[in-house]
Design a protein around this ligand. Structure first.
Ligand code: NCD
Ligand code: ZN
Length: 423
């Protein structure tokens, strides 16, 4: 029997007390014996373990960039106890067997829970639906489906996917990028900056036209749509409209779209190349407001590790994507908590409760209370440090926060009662 007593921590609502963990479950601290192992958490916050709906773990296929071991180690350092592994691996997670393989890798190597995301279309090809029902019925219990990295741009296929997953309560997570308005060469927010740098523009509307179409397909099918990494004010307007109308749509924002803006690409540093691209300050401001008011339901990291050889290219051909797991909480604190735009209970909702509910993951996103599973992050709200990309648990170094002074909140992470990270 493993047991641990955490003393003096406050929960998100400010209640201070001790937490007693026995065999992965919170128990009454009055039952803790004198000799039990202790963590002094005086001055720290105890929050439910964070849950990410959007993680690229790269295994199988690109173990040079990330593995389940290294990626979930990074997750634990970031305070996460559950991540959803995106389907754009090699091979693609588009069958029950592939999904079960990812889940088994998670059980074997994971430093947090790993939930497989299933592809919407075979091979992410955008032409034929993948085995959605078989993936759902498999041991991997897939509930979230996404061609992320690619947009399901065929309206009929998108309608069919939404229809198909409805009976088993599946959720289609869309990478909203109109492939004609923002084709393969598009790599910079379309603006004065893209023009001046000679980079092909990715207009806001390449995202929002797809969001506008998809919410209408969600209404038509009465099914559930999740908008991945929403990045523009126009998309937020559409989502607000759809929610008012009762359409079943949810959205996520990434830490980087909340914090980093278009001018960062002026040095052609490909670390800052990402899909959708970093937007301008007006869009950042709109996203922050939307995260606070609930138009944006969750933070999704879009942790996208890339090997050096895939980033060391001219800007327009380098692979898009940046790391996110280790600094996600720090960034949300910096832009939302510290300026007083959001309180801790709301952060818990956006980064734990709601993503666990959308992913339908039992035992995650639960309150910190006796009888609940001990998935927990201990947070020091005052600590700060300069980010060092070489201190990362990730195998990749495309960390867009390198060198920045940011909160350094994660003191310890517990998953199923085990310490998966401790500073
Ligand atoms: C992601 C990746 O590298 O897999 N890249 C990115 O720029 N965000 C794919 C994705 O999330 O769209
Ligand atoms: Zn994407």
């Amino acid at each position: 029997m493993t047991s641990l007593l955490i003393t003096g921590a406050a929960t998100a609502d400010g209640t201070r007390g001790d937490l007693y963990v026995v065999d992965g479950v919170f128990r009454d601290p009055a039952d803790a014996g004198a000799g039990v192992e202790r963590i002094d958490a005086d001055g720290l916050l105890a929050l439910p373990g964070l849950v990410d709906l959007h993680t690229h773990l790269r295994e199988p296929g690109r173990e040079d960039a990330e593995t389940v071991d290294s990626g979930t180690r990074a997750a634990a350092r970031g305070g996460f106890t559950c991540v959803h592994a995106m389907a754009n691996t090699d091979p693609v997670t588009d069958t029950a067997e592939a999904a079960e393989y990812v889940a088994a890798l998670g059980e074997r190597d994971g430093h947090c829970q790993v939930v497989a995301v299933g592809a919407v279309t075979k091979g992410l090809g955008g032409e034929e639906l993948a085995e959605l029902g078989l993936m759902a019925a498999s041991k991997a219990r897939v509930r979230l489906f996404s061609d992320d990295g690619r947009c399901v741009s065929d309206s009929l296929l998108m309608r069919r996917a939404l229809t198909y997953v409805k009976p088993f309560g599946g959720l289609i997570a869309q990478h909203s990028q109109d492939p004609r308005l923002a084709g393969p060469g598009a790599c910079c927010h379309e603006s004065e900056i893209s023009g001046r740098l000679g980079l092909t523009g990715w207009p806001s509307q390449a995202e929002s036209v797809i969001v506008a179409r998809d919410v209408q397909l969600a209404e038509l099918t009465d099914s559930r749509l999740h908008v991945c990494h929403v990045s523009t004010a126009e998309s937020l307007d559409v989502i607000r409209w759809a929610k008012r109308r009762g359409i079943k749509v949810t959205a996520e924002a990434t830490p980087h779209h909340l914090f980093l803006d278009t001018p960062l690409v002026e040095g052609f540093d490909t670390t800052f190349k990402v899909n959708p691209p970093l937007r301008t300050s007006e869009h950042l401001e709109a996203l922050r407001e939307a995260l606070a008011d609930g138009t944006v339901d969750t933070v999704g990291t879009d942790h996208a590790p890339h090997a050096r050889q895939d980033k060391d290219h001219p800007f327009d051909i380098a692979l898009p994507g940046m790391l996110g797991l280790e600094q996600a909480l720090a960034v949300v604190m910096e832009v939302m908590i510290n300026p007083g735009r959001m309180d801790w209970p709301t952060l818990v909702d956006r980064m734990s409760t709601t993503p666990a509910r959308l992913g339908q993951v039992a035992g995650q996103g639960r309150p910190i209370a006796v009888g609940e599973p001990a998935n927990l992050v201990l947070v020091d709200p005052a600590a700060r440090a300069a980010v060092d990309r070489d201190a990362s648990a990730s195998r990749s170094r495309n960390n867009p926060y390198h060198g920045r002074d940011l909160p350094d909140p994660v003191v310890a992470t517990l998953w199923r009662g085990d310490v998966t990270y401790r500073r």
